[in-house]
Design a protein around this ligand. Structure first.
Ligand code: UDP
Length: 453
């Protein structure tokens, strides 16, 4: 009988998809000995439903189990154990950290999977140290600590993820507590690869984020991203057929994750910037902030005459586009992104240079590493009111597409694309990390049998 690994993802697309991709990765290389069970906390939403249906059809060694709202994780796991055997490992998303208490009760080896950069994980694990070494009052000590976080380039307070800033807030307290909990689990699995983030990975590996405490082992098994389907099954609002008509590497793609929204005036600035740049573009536009109850038409959203004036060069789609398929298309030359980690990995694996426009969560930190460590992106500057003016966007679009700095970024991205391919291939670092992880599960199993659990 095969051994089971249970995955317990958070349900947002940026968390669910990379966790399922981890299941596929384990399954591809170890399907003879391991089967994967994925516990889903709620029904998939519209953007993940088709994805899951495709996984069910193509990867039979992965089974999905829907936890109903009344179902308790402890009893579900107990009944699973009584019907088959104890899972070899339980891998949870850090948002589901409350499950750690349950798996500890049942003595199931527990791992946390981060669909984030190793740099984010390093900062996250270092949070209690920042907390202990700084106060609200002394900003110069705080600034000094941020400039010296192991494995990270010097940070400033603006680069910190929002929940980690206000010490009095509940989210800050939960982050510090979650980080302390993470130090105690059996291992951290990170969707990145050694070569992309060598410094952060070494800091995590050597436990320097944790000062004197014992550190969990770290496994960098990425980049795991959804694969392009490469067929006509994608519902895409005409994006791909439009891209087919454009010259190679001529199009700037703009998309801002699952949640990225702008004010109405910022949308107008983007439109004017694109028009003035005279570059081809494919832009995913969402309803603006403050208009949650009313969907605005393109006429209400975009500057007068914009669609007519840019008809030859641009395409605007509403709400959602098949990003992986688009980034894989030869016509795409650059990507203006909110710096969500999945988007960054997708761009790197497709060899597309980026313009960084972080909006929420840990994206400001991602921007620093993307620009200063990896050189895979140029950055946009906001004015003092937090607005990116049309002239700024125009200039950066020209720079990433045509100018020397843009060319350097492209070279860097292409080199990381190659490294990513090597990392995931036979003998590559991510495959070695995966094998080490599986060997660890095997050893534990014998250890638990030996001591009679
Ligand atoms: N995505 C997409 N189409 C869109 C917007 C987003 O397919 O119009 C996908 C994108 O390819 C990525 C995910 O949604 O896989 C977003 O994850 P990311 O970590 O980049 O950002 P988040 O949404 O978590 O902020």
């Amino acid at each position: 009988m095969k051994d089971t690994i249970i995955l317990y993802p958070a349900m947002g697309r940026g968390h669910l998809v990379p966790m399922v991709e981890l299941g596929k990765f384990i399954s591809t290389h170890h399907h003879n000995t391991l089967s994967i069970k994925i516990f889903l906390l709620s029904s998939p939403n519209i953007t993940t439903k088709n994805y899951i249906t495709a996984v069910i059809a193509t990867t039979p060694s992965i089974k999905f189990h829907h936890l109903s709202p009344s179902q308790n994780l402890l009893t579900t796991l107990q009944s699973f154990i009584s019907q088959s055997s104890k899972p070899k490992a339980f891998i949870l998303d850090f948002f589901n950290h409350s499950a750690i208490a349950v798996t500890a009760t049942l003595n199931i080896p527990t791992f946390c999977y981060f669909p984030n950069a190793a740099s984010t994980v390093a900062l996250f694990l270092y949070t209690p140290t920042i907390h202990h070494n700084t106060t609200n009052e002394n900003t110069s000590i705080y600034n000094d600590v941020l400039r010296n976080i192991p494995g990270l380039p010097p940070l400033s307070p603006e680069d910190m993820p929002e929940p980690m800033v206000d010490r009095r807030s509940q989210s800050y307290k939960s982050f510090v507590n979650m980080s302390i909990q993470m130090r105690k689990i059996d291992g951290l699995i990170v969707n990145s690869f050694e070569k992309l983030e060598t410094k952060a990975f070494m800091a995590l590996k050597n436990g320097v984020c944790l000062m004197e405490e014992k550190s969990p082992r770290v496994f960098c098994i990425g980049p795991l991203v959804e694969k392009s389907k490469g067929d006509n099954s994608v519902v895409d609002d005409g994006c791909l057929s439009w891209l087919n008509l454009q010259p190679s590497q001529s199009v700037v793609f703009l998309s801002f994750g699952s949640y990225g929204r702008f004010s109405k005036s910022q949308i107008k600035e983007i439109a004017l910037g694109l028009e003035k740049s005279e570059k081809r573009f494919l832009w995913v536009v969402r309803n603006p902030i403050g208009y949650e109850r009313k969907e605005l038409s393109f006429e209400e959203l975009l500057p007068k005459g914009f669609l007519e004036k840019t008809r030859e060069k641009g395409k605007v789609v509403r709400e959602w586009a098949p990003q992986v398929e688009i980034l894989n298309h030869d016509s795409v030359g650059a990507f203006v992104t909110h710096c969500g980690w999945n988007s960054v990995l997708e761009a790197i694996t497709c060899g597309v240079p980026m313009v960084a426009w972080p909006l929420y969560a840990e994206q400001m930190l991602n921007r620093v590493v993307m620009v200063e460590e990896m050189n895979v992106a140029l950055t946009l500057k906001e004015n003092e009111d937090g607005v990116v003016k049309a002239s700024e966007l125009e200039e950066i679009v020209r720079e990433i597409m045509d100018l020397e700095r843009g060319k350097k970024v492209r070279e860097s991205v292409l080199s990381f694309r190659n490294d990513a391919f090597v990392a995931l291939g036979d003998g590559g670092s991510s495959r070695i990390h995966l094998n080490e992880l599986i060997e660890l599960w095997r050893q534990w199993y014998y250890f638990f049998c030996f001591i009679g659990f």
